[in-house]
Write a protein that binds this ligand. Structure first.
Ligand SMILES: NC(=O)c1ccc[n+]([C@@H]2O[C@H](COP(=O)([O-])OP(=O)(O)OC[C@H]3O[C@@H](n4cnc5c(N)ncnc54)[C@H](OP(=O)(O)O)[C@@H]3O)[C@@H](O)[C@H]2O)c1
Ligand SMILES: [Zn+2]
Length: 347
């Protein structure tokens, strides 16, 4: 089979389209004929550059979210048959740490990822643990499946399990056109919230409105707190999906929380170290909640919503797998809206 093989770290040119053996599914695994895999900034570009803080064993095949057709089944696998259409979640709990033994695998502190700790989906075929494969509803294409399982489960986790959003509540989504942010906008809207999209450019604010945000604020041009208070009748928002932790944006976001409000976060691209006003935290009875990893129930919720057409993946373009280096350059240049998908079946 063909795969994009990483033999050394470096620029996009180190991604080589090579012949490798088709993997055999071990016990508990399924073999997929890959139809799509997305290009992720952190888990593909940063890893390829050698800047991701996980030891990568060479040669390596990237690809954390392949979707495809099952064409082989290892021993002891129930519930799948050849021909099933599935998408893969990369998160593999260790099943040995204290959290895993308590049944809280989503909180595993020694988790590994398909595409990082074992070969991923930049290939014609990939073998994965059956527990990581999720059947796609008929209405969800492979490309959409890759994006749905990669980004929407966290949005569901933040808004349902962590913030318990209710219809009519105000939700502010920071970085509202990012891979996670656009999912938070869509899920909050689907669950009946009044959604304010925060983004760093007017055209990105408008883009977030095109997939459901009721209002938008350019937090690099406007004063976030003033605008939020104007929109919410001086109450503030019930929930903030923050996910940036930029020290310059943080105070405006934090101060925008309504009394009893909840801020959820799973990201710190903006730096991660911020100043926290503890008096405001307790006087306004606020909560800041962290989350990470992937919860299986959130994956089912995301696939179910996608199957019913309530949420959609935003895809910029699909390219043949052999053009992975070019795809990395396009994502690196940052001039795209939505995900770039690689399709090994497109020649
Ligand atoms: N994607 C997921 O499913 C997922 C899951 C778990 C955790 N996370 C974490 O969540 C965070 C966001 O991930 P993502 O995949 O949505 O990233 P992304 O697609 O790059 O989006 C991040 C957004 O944050 C905004 N931002 C503001 N200040 C920034 C800064 N200093 N640096 C970078 N972005 C900045 C940007 O919008 P503006 O320029 O408009 O401000 C951008 O749209 C990351 O820390 C990631 O590790 C993501
Ligand atoms: Zn564990």
């Amino acid at each position: 089979m063909k795969a994009i093989v990483l033999n050394e770290f470096g620029g996009p040119e180190v991604l080589r389209y090579q012949d490798v053996s088709v993997p055999r599914p071990a016990g508990g695994e399924v073999l997929l004929k890959v139809h799509s895999v997305s290009v992720n900034r952190t888990l593909d570009l940063v890893v390829r550059a050698g800047k991701y803080p996980v030891k990568i064993k060479m040669p390596h095949v990237l690809g954390v979210d392949p979707a495809g057709e099952i064409v082989g089944i290892g021993e002891g696998v129930d519930g799948f048959k050849n021909g099933d259409r599935v998408a893969v979640v990369s998160f593999m709990a260790c099943r040995q740490c204290k959290q895993c033994l308590k049944g809280e695998e989503a909180c595993c502190v020694a988790s590994q990822h398909i595409g990082l700790h074992r070969w991923g989906g930049y290939a014609d075929y990939v073998a994965v643990p059956a527990a990581n494969a999720f059947k796609l509803p008929d209405a969800v294409s492979y490309a959409h499946g890759s994006v749905i399982v990669r980004h929407f489960p966290m949005a569901f986790n933040q808004l349902t399990s962590k913030a318990n959003v209710k219809p009519g509540e105000w939700v502010l989504v920071m970085g509202a056109t990012g891979a996670l942010g656009n999912c938070c906008v869509q899920v909050a809207k689907m669950l009946g919230a009044r959604v304010i999209a925060g983004a760093g450019a007017d055209e990105r604010v408008e883009l977030a409105k095109s997939y459901g945000a009721d209002f938008g604020i350019n937090y690099r041009r406007q004063d976030l707190l003033t605008e939020v208070m104007n929109l919410t009748g001086n109450e503030g928002v019930d929930i903030i999906c923050e996910n940036i932790s930029d020290p310059t944006l943080w105070p405006g976001a934090f101060n925008s929380l309504a009394i009893n409000g909840t801020m959820v976060t799973a990201g710190a691209h903006g730096g991660g170290t911020v100043t926290l006003d503890m008096k405001r935290l307790y006087m306004r009875r606020l909560r800041i909640v962290g989350t990470a990893g992937t919860n299986v129930p959130d994956v089912y919720e995301a696939l179910d919503a996608a199957g019913q057409g309530k949420i959609r993946a935003i895809i910029d373009r699909t390219m043949p797998l052999r053009d992975a280096a070019q795809a990395h350059r396009i994502v690196e240049r940052n001039q795209i809206v939505g995900k770039v998908i690689l399709d090994p079946t497109a020649r």
